[in-house]
Design a protein around this ligand. Structure first.
Ligand code: SAM
Length: 290
C-alpha cells in the first residue's frame, strides 16, 4: 500500500503556504479562529478587522488549491451588543470578490449541544460550513457519503401517486427535478446539506476542536485516496488525523507550537518517521507530484 504523507508545520499559514506551488491541494477544510474568540488562548481578531485578516490568507488558499478543488470553511458569527455580527456575511462577499465561487452552504447541526437559557435567543446548535470553489467543475464523489434510506421510505414509497411516477421539474427553474419512483427498492440515498454530528466532548486539549466526523465527511465527498488535503488552522490536528486514516496526504499548519506538538502526536508515528526524513517540504515537491 502506498504510504500517505502527513505534514504538520508551525507558523502563520499565510507565510507557510508561500513554499507551496500553485494548484497543489485537492481540498482545504478548516475552522479558523473566530473573530475575537478565545483571545486568551490563540488570540482573536477584532470583528471589524476580520475580513481583511482573512482575505490575506485566503489569497494563498486560492493560489494553492487546484481548479478542481474545494475549500470548506467552518465558521459562525458571534453575538455582539445583542445582535449577530455581520463579519461572516461580509467575508462571503469579500471571498467572492477575491475570485471564489460560493458554491454551497452546509449546516453542521450539533446534535449534542448542551441546554441553556438566554434572554433573547435559544441555544446555538449549528455552524456554517461554507463551500467555496474556483470553478463549477470541481471534484465531488457523492456516492462516498450516501446514507441509509431511512424509515420514511417504507411509508412514502409504499404507495405511489400519479405525480410520483413522472419526473417533476422544480417550479423555480433551478433545473432540479425528482422522480420518486426511482428510489423504490434502493437502500441508500444522497444526504441533504444539513449534517448532524455530535461535538466530541472532553476532547484533545484544544478548546475549539471540531469532531472527526466533520472533516471526514468533506474529505470523502471532495477527495479520493492519495489526494492532498490542507488545514491551514489545524489546531489539535483533527483534519490530518482523519486524512491519514482515509489514506489522503495532508498538510496541517498552526501558529502555536503547543498545537503543532499536539497535532504531530495524532499522526501515525510510522508515517511521521517517513516524512521527517525529508528536510524541507515545499517547492521541491512540485516535481515529485506532477
Ligand atoms: C478553531 S481552531 C482549529 C481547531 C481544529 N479544527 C481542531 O479540530 O482542533 C483555530 C486554530 O488556528 C490557529 N491559528 C490562529 N491564527 C493562525 C494563523 N495565522 N496561521 C495558522 N494557524 C493559526 C490557532 O492557534 C488555533 O489552533
Amino acid at each position: 500500500m502506498k504510504t500517505v504523507e502527513s505534514i504538520i508545520k508551525e507558523g502563520d499559514c499565510a507565510q507557510v503556504l508561500r513554499d507551496y506551488p500553485d494548484n497543489f491541494f485537492d481540498l482545504i477544510v478548516t475552522s479558523p479562529p473566530y473573530a475575537d474568540q478565545r483571545k486568551n488562548t490563540y488570540g482573536g481578531i477584532p470583528p471589524a478587522k476580520y475580513v481583511d485578516w482573512f482575505v490575506q490568507r485566503s489569497a494563498e488558499f486560492l493560489r494553492v488549491l487546484k481548479p478542481t478543488g474545494s475549500f470548506v470553511l467552518n465558521i459562525k458569527e458571534k453575538v455582539i451588543a445583542g445582535e449577530r455580527h455581520t463579519y461572516v456575511l461580509e467575508l462571503i462577499l469579500a471571498l467572492r470578490e477575491q475570485g471564489w465561487k460560493w458554491t454551497e452552504e452546509y449546516i453542521w447541526h450539533k446534535r449534542n449541544c448542551h441546554p441553556g437559557k438566554w434572554p433573547n435567543r435559544f441555544r446555538d446548535a449549528w455552524e456554517r460550513c461554507l463551500h467555496f470553489t474556483k470553478t463549477s467543475k470541481f471534484n465531488m464523489y457523492q456516492d462516498a457519503v450516501m446514507v441509509p434510506m431511512g424509515d420514511w421510505a417504507k411509508t412514502r414509497l409504499k404507495k405511489l401517486g400519479k405525480n410520483d411516477v413522472i419526473r417533476f421539474n422544480s417550479q423555480v427553474g433551478s433545473g432540479f427535478g425528482k422522480n420518486i419512483q426511482n428510489w423504490v427498492g434502493r437502500d441508500m440515498a444522497y444526504p441533504s446539506n444539513v449534517l448532524h454530528f455530535a461535538t466530541e466532548t472532553g476532547n484533545k486539549n484544544h478548546s475549539a476542536a471540531f469532531p472527526r466526523a466533520l472533516p471526514e465527511w468533506f474529505i470523502k465527498l471532495f477527495t479520493k485516496e492519495g489526494d492532498w488535503v490542507l488545514d491551514p488552522f489545524v489546531g489539535s490536528g483533527t483534519t490530518c488525523e482523519v486524512a491519514q486514516k482515509l489514506r489522503r496526504n495532508s498538510v496541517g499548519i498552526d501558529i502555536l507550537p503547543e498545537y503543532v506538538q499536539l497535532s504531530t502526536e495524532k499522526i501515525n508515528p510510522v508515517e511521521i518517521m517517513l516524512f521527517e526524513k525529508r528536510a524541507e517540504y515545499g517547492k521541491s515537491d512540485k516535481k515529485r507530484n506532477n
